[in-house]
Design a protein around this ligand. Structure first.
Ligand code: CP3
Length: 359
C-alpha cells in the first residue's frame, strides 16, 4: 500500500498540503471525448453496461484535468431497473420509466434483485476502473438515496412539480414507506457489493431531499440514508476505511441531523453557508463542496475570486474536499474546468501553507 491519497486523508479529517478536488458529473456531455464514446456505445445505458467503455469515460476527466478522485461512470437509475422497472433514456428528455409506480399493489412488480447477477456489470466496471486508475486516484462508488430513486419511479421521469410522489406522501404514506424500505435494502446490498469489488469511498445522491419540509426530510429521506450508512461495510478488501459522503441537495440547514447518520462527509450545495455550518458542527464530519457550478460560465478573475471565497468559507481545520454544489452541465467549457482545477491547487496550497505557519 502506498501513501494514503489526498482525498481519503481529507475525508478522514487529516491534514493535507492542498485541498483535493473532483467535480460532480465530471464525466459527461461537456467533454467531446465523452460524446465520441457514447456514440460508439449506441446509447447511454449501453455505455453504462459496457465495462470497457464505462472505464474509458471514467478516466477521461482524470487524464484531462488531473483530478484527485474518480467517480465510477454509471447512473443512479440502474437500481430501479434491476428491481424490474423498464428504463429508457430519451434524447432531450432524460430518464423515462414508462410504467411508474402509483399505489401499493404496483409494488408487486418489484423484485429484490440478486445484485451480483443483475448489477454485475457495474462490479466488473469497478474492477476495470481500479486496474486502469493511477494508485494516487481513488475511486468513488455511488447510489441514489431511496427518496430520490422513489421520485423517479413514481413520477416516471424528471419533473418540476413532484405531484405524484407528494400525493403519495400525504394520501398513502404506507405505500411510500414500503417502497423506501425496499429501496434501502437493495441499495445496501448494491453498495456493499461495490465496496467488495473495489470502490474506495461511497457517495449517496439525494438530489431531491430539498423538496421535503424538515420533518418529512427526516422521515422519508434521512432515516433511510441513515439505515444505509449503518449497514455498509466500514472497510474495503484492502483493510482501508471506506468513507461515506451524503449529498442532500437543498438540505444544508439540516446538517446537524445529517451528521448523526454516521456519514464521514457532508456534501453541500452552493446555497449553504459553509462557515456557519462548520462552526456549528465542529470537526464531527468532513465537508465537500460547494462552488456554484455557474461560476464556470464566468471569466478567470471571477473564478479565482469565487474559489478563494469558497476555500476560506470552509476555514482552516482539516476536512474539506473541493467540489461543485451540483453537477457539471453539458454547455460548460472544458477549458474553464482546467482553469478551475489549477486555481484550486494554487490557492489552496497558499492558504494551507499560510495557516500552518500561523499555528
Ligand atoms: O461523472 C459522474 O458524476 C458519474 C456519472 C453519473 C451520471 N449520473 C452519469 C449521467 C452520476 C454520479 C449520475 C447520478 C445521477 N443520475 C443523479 C444524481 C446526481 C445529480 O445530478 O443530481 C441523478 C438525479 C441521475 C438521473 C439522471 N441521469 C438524469 C435526470 C439524467 C438526464 C439529465 C442529465 O442530467 O443528463 C441522467 C443521464 C445521465 N447520467 C447522463 C450522464 C453522463 C447524460 C446521458 C447522456 O445523454 O449521455
Amino acid at each position: 500500500m502506498g501513501q494514503k491519497q489526498l482525498f481519503l486523508k481529507a475525508c478522514a479529517r487529516e491534514p493535507v498540503e492542498r485541498t483535493p478536488v473532483w467535480l460532480m458529473r465530471q464525466a459527461g456531455r461537456y467533454l467531446p471525448e465523452y460524446l465520441k464514446v457514447r456514440q460508439q456505445a449506441g446509447s447511454f445505458l449501453n455505455l453504462c453496461k459496457t465495462p470497457a467503455l464505462a472505464t474509458e469515460v471514467t478516466l477521461q476527466p482524470i487524464r484531462r484535468f488531473g483530478l484527485d478522485v474518480a467517480i465510477m461512470f454509471s447512473d443512479i437509475l440502474v437500481v430501479p431497473e434491476a428491481m424490474g422497472m423498464k428504463l429508457d433514456f430519451l434524447e432531450g428528455e432524460g430518464p423515462v420509466f414508462a410504467e411508474p409506480l402509483r399505489e401499493s399493489r404496483d409494488l408487486n412488480r418489484l423484485i429484490r434483485p440478486k445484485v451480483e447477477k443483475k448489477l454485475g456489470y457495474v462490479y466488473n466496471a469497478i474492477e476495470e476502473m481500479r486496474a486502469a486508475l493511477p494508485s494516487k486516484v481513488p475511486l468513488i462508488g455511488f447510489a441514489g438515496s431511496p427518496w430520490t430513486l422513489a421520485t423517479y419511479m413514481i413520477e416516471g421521469g424528471t419533473t418540476k412539480k413532484f405531484t405524484h410522489i407528494k400525493t403519495a406522501l400525504y394520501r398513502d404514506p404506507d405505500f411510500l414507506h414500503m417502497l423506501l424500505g425496499a429501496l434501502a435494502d437493495t441499495v445496501i446490498d448494491y453498495l456493499n457489493g461495490q465496496i467488495d469489488h473495489g470502490a474506495q469511498a461511497i457517495q449517496i445522491f439525494d438530489t431531491w431531499g430539498g423538496i421535503l419540509g424538515p420533518k418529512n426530510y427526516r422521515a422519508f429521506s434521512l432515516d433511510y440514508m441513515t439505515k444505509i450508512v449503518r449497514n455498509l461495510k466500514k472497510t474495503g478488501p484492502d483493510g482501508e476505511r471506506v468513507p461515506v459522503i451524503l449529498f442532500s441537495k437543498g438540505c444544508a440547514s439540516y446538517s446537524k441531523d445529517i451528521a448523526t447518520s454516521g456519514c464521514d462527509v457532508i456534501s453541500l450545495d452552493w446555497t449553504a453557508d459553509a462557515k456557519k455550518i462548520r462552526r456549528q458542527l465542529g470537526d464531527k464530519v468532513a465537508f465537500q463542496g460547494n462552488l456554484d457550478p455557474a461560476v464556470l460560465y464566468a471569466p478567470e478573475e471571477v473564478i479565482r475570486k469565487e474559489v478563494r471565497k469558497t476555500l476560506k468559507s470552509f476555514g482552516n481545520k482539516p476536512g474539506h474536499i473541493f467540489n461543485l454544489g451540483h453537477g457539471m452541465e453539458p454547455d460548460m467549457n472544458p477549458d474553464n474546468v482546467q482553469l478551475l482545477v489549477e486555481i484550486i491547487r494554487e490557492e489552496s496550497s497558499h492558504l494551507l501553507k499560510r495557516n500552518s505557519k500561523k499555528r
